[in-house]
Design a protein around this ligand. Structure first.
Ligand code: 13P
Length: 320
């Protein structure tokens, strides 16, 4: 079991040599480091902004730095490039991808669209730029409910690629959609019986889970929320301890935001916590390298940028 006691009770940690070098390189390159809530603590500590996919998209669009070093996964860095194509966007590891993205082939989505010519395609941001080009509106886990709720009720919707996020939206809004059969390979590792047992062993401790979890798991949770909403839930809650069912690195962010609270990682498939191998590919060493060498760079064809920008901008307009 992994329990993270209040951060305020721990001695303050000195920056490591590599963290100091990252800060120097960032200055020299006039770079901004954007990091997702799921990357390692060492990177979160030196990032200019740590957040969810929505917050990171907004930061990428607004930055006036010359370089964006994006610690996350490829679709997030691609989104940054689409939103701010003049910037040099570099990533620590170009192979850091996403199972949801792999499970949605653009040709198959185009075929489904052809079968439902009147449907609006709402795509979770966890998809390739090619899928974004085929989409009408992008959403994140933080705004999926608001985006779908804003679509006229008689309009057919294809929701892709996450069937679990999609079914959660359906349940919450009482609205059927055509769901793509994709899922996050990490979040589906949670199982309701294992979590029910864990909850019994931690009586009274609220369990939070991400909407990428399957329905039986969501039904066991006290709150289903995006990574950013986990922070606001724990902040507002009178509880001092929480069980967190999402990628374990999220707990570093929660501890920094809420240093007087205790967090327990929820077990997944017999393991003490959930990890995402793609997010873990972002190491401090690789972050330093990409800042030093300005490589690997994210490059997209101008046509792709133009087409994929439309549904992303629509999302940003709709979630002001
Ligand atoms: P957020 O929208 O909470 O950042 O989640 C992104 C993600 O990829 C979850 O697995």
């Amino acid at each position: 079991m992994q329990i993270f006691p209040p951060l305020k009770d721990e001695p303050k940690r000195e920056l490591t040599d590599i963290q100091k070098k990252i800060l120097e390189a960032k200055k020299r390159r006039n770079a901004v480091v954007l990091a997702h809530n799921y990357v390692c603590r060492q990177i979160q500590e030196v990032a200019d902004f740590v957040g969810d996919s929505l917050g990171l998209s907004r930061q990428a669009r607004e930055t006036d730095a010359d370089v964006i070093a994006f610690a996350g996964v490829d679709f997030m860095a691609e989104t940054a490039k689409i939103l701010n194509p003049q910037k040099t966007v570099v990533v620590p590891d170009p192979n850091a991808g996403c199972s949801l993205e792999e499970l949605c082939n653009p040709a198959d989505l185009a075929a489904l669209k052809a079968k439902h010519p009147g449907a609006l395609v709402v795509s979770y941001i966890n998809c390739s730029a090619a899928v974004k080009e085929l989409s009408d509106i992008i959403c994140t886990s933080g705004n999926a409910l608001d985006i779908v709720a804003a679509i006229p009720p008689d309009r057919e919707i294809i929701f892709c690629p996450d069937k679990n996020l999609g079914s959660w939206v359906e349940e919450k809004l009482g609205r059927k959609m055509i769901l793509w059969d994709g899922y996050c390979k990490s979040h589906v590792e949670y199982a309701a019986p294992e979590l029910e047992k864990f909850k019994r062993e931690h009586k009274g401790v609220p369990l939070l889970c991400h909407p990428e979890c399957p329905k039986p798991v969501r039904d066991v949770a006290d709150c289903v929320c995006s990574t950013e909403k986990m922070i606001s839930f724990c902040r507002q809650s009178g509880a001092d301890t929480f069980i967190v069912a999402t990628v374990a690195e999220m707990i570093h962010r929660l501890r920094r935001e809420l240093p007087d609270k205790t967090f327990i990682a929820a077990p997944a498939a017999g393991n003490p916590c959930l990890r995402c191998s793609h997010m873990l590919a972002n190491t401090p060493e690789k972050l330093l390298d990409c800042l030093e060498n300005l490589s690997p760079k994210v490059e997209l064809a101008p046509e792709v940028i133009k087409n994929a920008l439309r549904p992303i901008e629509r999302m940003l307009e709709m979630s002001k």
